[in-house]
Design a protein around this ligand. Structure first.
Ligand code: GDP
Ligand code: MN
Length: 388
C-alpha cells in the first residue's frame, strides 16, 4: 500500500523525523488559508499523487506570494499531472500539500528497503540527493552507500556513523548528530510499520544547518496490513485503477497493462508465460490475471467480468491448466459471467488438466462462441490473429 507524501510526513512527525510544517488543501482558497498560518514566503505547493518525479512535471512549485499559492494550487488541480511515472495520460490531482519553504544548503538521499537476496533491511544513503537514485547508481555508483542491518540485533549507532561520516565535506557536528539520529528514527519507522520502502529524497541540510525531510515516501507491505490496522485509514482508492481495486476485493491477482489481449490464467507462473507467448506472437497483453489455484466459480466470474470491463480488450485468451482449480469450475465461472454480459470480442480457450473433458463439454453445450486451442503457442497465435 502506497501512502501520500503528507501521510508519510504525519508518520515521520510521530517518529520524530523533522519535516516542514504544512497541511493539505483541495482548492486555491483553502491553500491560501493554509499558507497564511504557515511561516513564509516562500511556500511550497506540492501535488499529492502516488507517483514520483513531480518536481520535473510541474507538480512541485516554490512560490513567494499568497496569490501565487492560489494560482499554483489551481493550476495543479486543474490538469492531469504528467511525470516519468504516470504514463502519458497523467494523473488527476485531488489535493495539494502546502508547506513552509525551506532554504536548502544541500540535498541528500536516504532510504530504507529490504534487500531480498540477503534477507536484511538496508539503509541507502547518498550525498547526491534530489536526483533519481537509479540514475546516481548508474552514473556514480560510488556515491550510493549501503548499510545492512541484522534484524535480530537491530539498528546500532555505528551504522549511522559509518554512513554519515562519509559525507564530504563533513557538516557541522550538530548537523551530523541530527542526521545520525534521523537515520535511527527512519529505521524504527520502517520496522515498526512493516514498510517495504521508506524514502526521503531529498533529505536536506538547511542553510541554518538543520536536517529536514522535504519529501517523504512510504510503501507498506500489504501482507502486513492485518497487523497495521491504523494504517488502513491512509488508503486512497482514488489513486488506484478502478478495475484493480475491484479485483482486490475478490482476492484476484490482477494488474492492468497497455495491450489489447485480455488473459485469464491460473497460477502466476503460467500467467507470466502466457504474457510472454502473447508478446512472442506479436500482440500485447491487456492484463496480468492469475485467478489462483483455489479460485471459486465466483472468482472466475468476477475475473472474467473485470476483463470484459476493460474497453481496450479486443480478444480474450483463457489459458487454464487445471490442478487445484478444476476445468469444470472454470467453465461454469465463465458461463456465469457470459450470462450477465455479452462477450463482444473473440474468445480463445486452452484447457488442460483436471476435469478437462467436463470443462470442455460445459463450454461446448453452452452455445457460447469460442475457439479452442490445443496448446499455448496455438492459443497465442489464434488470439493475435483476432486483433491484427
Ligand atoms: P518529487 O519530484 O516528486 O520527488 O518531489 P520533491 O518533494 O522531491 O520536490 C522536488 C524538488 O523541489 C526538490 O528536490 C527540491 O529541489 C524542490 N523543493 C521542494 N521543497 C522545497 C523547498 O521547501 N524549498 C526549495 N527551495 N526547494 C524545494
Ligand atoms: Mn522527491
Amino acid at each position: 500500500m502506497k501512502l501520500h507524501e503528507y501521510q508519510a510526513k504525519d508518520i515521520f512527525r510521530k517518529f520524530g523525523i523533522p519535516v516542514p510544517d504544512g497541511q493539505v488543501a483541495t482548492s486555491g482558497e483553502e491553500a491560501v488559508r493554509v499558507a497564511e498560518k504557515l511561516k513564509g514566503p516562500p511556500w511550497v505547493v506540492k501535488a499529492q499523487v502516488h507517483a514520483g518525479g513531480r518536481g520535473k512535471g510541474g507538480g512541485v512549485r516554490v512560490v513567494d506570494s499568497l496569490d501565487d499559492v492560489r494560482e499554483a494550487t489551481q493550476t495543479i488541480l486543474d490538469q492531469p499531472l504528467i511525470t516519468k511515472q504516470t504514463g502519458a495520460e497523467g494523473r488527476r490531482v485531488y489535493q495539494v500539500l502546502i508547506e513552509e519553504g525551506v532554504k536548502i544548503h544541500q540535498e541528500l538521499y536516504l532510504a530504507m528497503v529490504v534487500d531480498r537476496s540477503l534477507a536484511r533491511p538496508v539503509m541507502i544513503f547518498s550525498q547526491a540527493g534530489g536526483m533519481e537514485i537509479e540514475e546516481v547508481a548508474a552514473r556514480s555508483p560510488g556515491l550510493v552507500l549501503k548499510e545492512f542491518v541484522n534484524p535480530n540485533t537491530g539498528w546500532m549507532p555505528y551504522h549511522g556513523r559509518s554512513l554519515a561520516y562519509q559525507l564530504d565535506p563533513l557538516p557541522q557536528p550538530e548537523t551530523l548528530k541530527a542526521l545520525i539520529s534521523l537515520m535511527a528514527r527512519l529505521y524504527k519507522t520502517f520496522m515498526q510499520l512493516d514498510c517495504s520502502l521508506a524514502e526521503i529524497n531529498p533529505l536536506v541540510i538547511t542553510k541554518e544547518g538543520k536536517v529536514v525531510a522535504i519529501d517523504a515516501k512510504i510503501d507498506v507491505d500489504d501482507n502486513a496490513l492485518f497487523r497495521q490496522k491504523e494504517l488502513l485509514a491512509y488508503d486512497d482508492p482514488k489513486e488506484k485503477d478502478p478495475l484493480e481495486s475491484k479485483a482486490g476485493q475478490y482476492n484476484l491477482n490482477y494488474i492492468r497493462l497497455d495491450g489489447n489481449i485480455g488473459a485469464m490464467v491460473n497460477g502466476a507462473g503460467l500467467a507470466m508465460a502466457t504474457m510472454d507467448v502473447i508478446k512472442m506472437a506479436g500482440a500485447e497483453p491487456a492484463n496480468f490475471l492469475d485467478v489462483g489455484g483455489g479460485a471459486s466459480e465466483e472468482m472466475v466470474t468476477k475475473g472474467f467480468e473485470i476483463i470484459l470491463q476493460d474497453k481496450k480488450v479486443k480478444a480474450i485468451l483463457i489459458n487454464i491448466f487445471g490442478g487445484i482449480l478444476r476445468c469444470d469450475v472454470l467453465a461454469r465461472g465463465v458461463l456465469a459471467a457470459a450470462e450477465k454480459t455479452e462477450i463482444p470480442v473473440p474468445l480463445i480457450v486452452r484447457l488442460e488438466g483436471t476435469n478437462v473433458e467436463e470443462g470442455r463439454r460445459i463450454l461446448e453445450e453452452s452455445g457460447l462462441k469460442f475457439l479452442v486451442a490445443k496448446d499455448m503457442a496455438e492459443a497465442a497465435d489464434l488470439v493475435t490473429k483476432q486483433v491484427s
